[in-house]
Write a protein that binds this ligand. Structure first.
Ligand code: KIV
Ligand code: ZN
Length: 391
């Protein structure tokens, strides 16, 4: 694997599915897992096998059908969780156990009523036990975002010694600033013995809207795996959005970091997850929102009609959106009206356009959007024939 390749670890079916009301049945999870495999993700976190019989069965079934990606199951740092995950992953071509424990003061003190030394001991035991079942063991230091870097480095070093292949550094509460999260990854790169033999992973939550920025800061500082979900779904305000990090790396080639994702499948994958989970993304969602490639103001429409790149940094075809849309509203200009009229068969002369434009504005002022049917109606009222040839 090239040192500039960033692994995409998709957790839509685990962290994503923790969203209230987004529960999926096994059939739905299988459809999504198959699609993620085709999309080109490197790892599919299929579930938390001990959490319920349904989750266990889903991980078993996903393990059977995934062809290319590593299939991963989450555990806490205890034997029973690890045994159940190992059992669920038995039929996976490339199984990974994802085990770990909270490392911040508040987790150690309030969640575990424990001490730093005891937490390190549990981390070592969990990784070593998972290693007796599978070769590929990822260790997570929950709440690493608020964990003191020196202690975090110590935990990471011990996890590597116990056999971890990947170290996950979660900003569990979405608290870090990008500079801070990037510096944490850099610190671990520089201070953990053995870190060059393992992959550092970014797992960021979006409580302050920084999940994507933090993951990018992480890979700029040496992490080589991003944990993310389709549409950024996940606990509370969600996780890093897969489509955003993938397109950021693609659109900024000078970063010299790439992924194995077939970006042309991003839009349809987003639609699949929205429909299966019944969770529609907001229209202005980057990359996959309904307005991501829609232009409605006259100035922008004129620019895009002349040259798409004036107001678009992504070619919609690259993410599987057929084309940019020119939305007709009361803010649209003549260029947009002529463009949309032409799309439905009317090649307007300048005189016709000047005549119709004020009528169009009057109509648009009373409607949110002017659609193709409205355009036909406007043309009929003005007795303009379809595909007329004008000199
Ligand atoms: O956010 C988090 O810390 C997690 C871990 C369980 C990996 O999801
Ligand atoms: Zn998480």
């Amino acid at each position: 694997m090239s040192k500039n390749r960033v692994q995409i670890f998709d957790t839509t079916l685990r962290d994503g599915e923790q969203v209230p009301g987004c529960k999926l049945n096994t059939e739905q999870k299988l459809v999504i897992a198959k699609r993620l495999d085709i999309l080109g993700v490197d790892v599919i976190e299929a579930g938390f096998p001990i959490s319920s019989p349904g989750d266990f069965i889903s991980v078993v079934e996903i393990s059977k059908i995934v062809e290319n990606a590593t299939v991963c199951g989450l555990t806490r740092a205890n034997k029973k969780d690890i045994e159940v995950a190992a059992e669920a992953l038995k039929l996976a071509k490339r199984p990974r156990i994802h085990t770990g424990i909270g490392t911040s003061d508040s987790h150690i003190l309030y969640k575990f009523n424990s001490t730093q030394d005891k937490i390190i001991e549990r981390a070592i035991q969990a990784v070593a036990y998972a290693k007796t079942f599978v070769e590929d063991v990822e260790f997570y230091a929950e709440d690493a975002g608020r964990t003191d870097n020196e202690f975090l480095a110590k935990v990471c070093e011990e996890a590597i010694k116990a056999g971890a292949t990947v170290l996950n550094i979660p900003d569990t509460t979405g608290y870090c600033l990008p500079d801070e999260y990037g510096a944490k990854i850099k610190y671990l790169k520089e201070n953990v013995k053995g870190v060059h033999n393992v992959t550092l992973s970014c797992h960021c939550h979006n409580d302050l809207g920084l999940a994507t920025a933090n993951a990018i800061a992480g890979v700029q500082n040496g992490a080589r795996q991003i944990e993310c979900t389709i549409n950024g779904i996940g606990e509370r305000a969600g996780n890093t959005s897969l489509e955003e990090v993938v397109m950021i790396l693609k659109q900024h080639p000078y970063l010299n970091l790439d992924t194995g994702i077939n970006t042309k499948l991003l839009y349809s994958t987003s639609q699949l997850v929205q429909q299966s989970m019944g969770m529609v993304v907001q229209p202005n969602k980057a990359i996959v929102g309904e307005n991501a490639f829609a232009h409605s103001s006259g100035i922008h429409q004129d620019g895009v009609i002349k040259n798409r790149e004036t107001y678009e940094i992504i070619n919609p075809a690259d993410v599987g959106v057929t084309q940019s849309s020119i939305v007709l509203t009361a803010r649209s200009g003549r260029a947009a009206l002529a463009y949309r009229a032409k799309n439905v068969g009317y090649d307007l002369t300048k005189i016709e356009l000047d005549d119709i434009y004020p009528q169009f504005l009057q109509f648009a002022d009373h409607h949110k959007e002017v659609n193709d049917e409205d355009i036909h109606h406007l043309m009929e009222l003005n007795q303009i024939a379809k595909s007329s040839v004008h000199v």
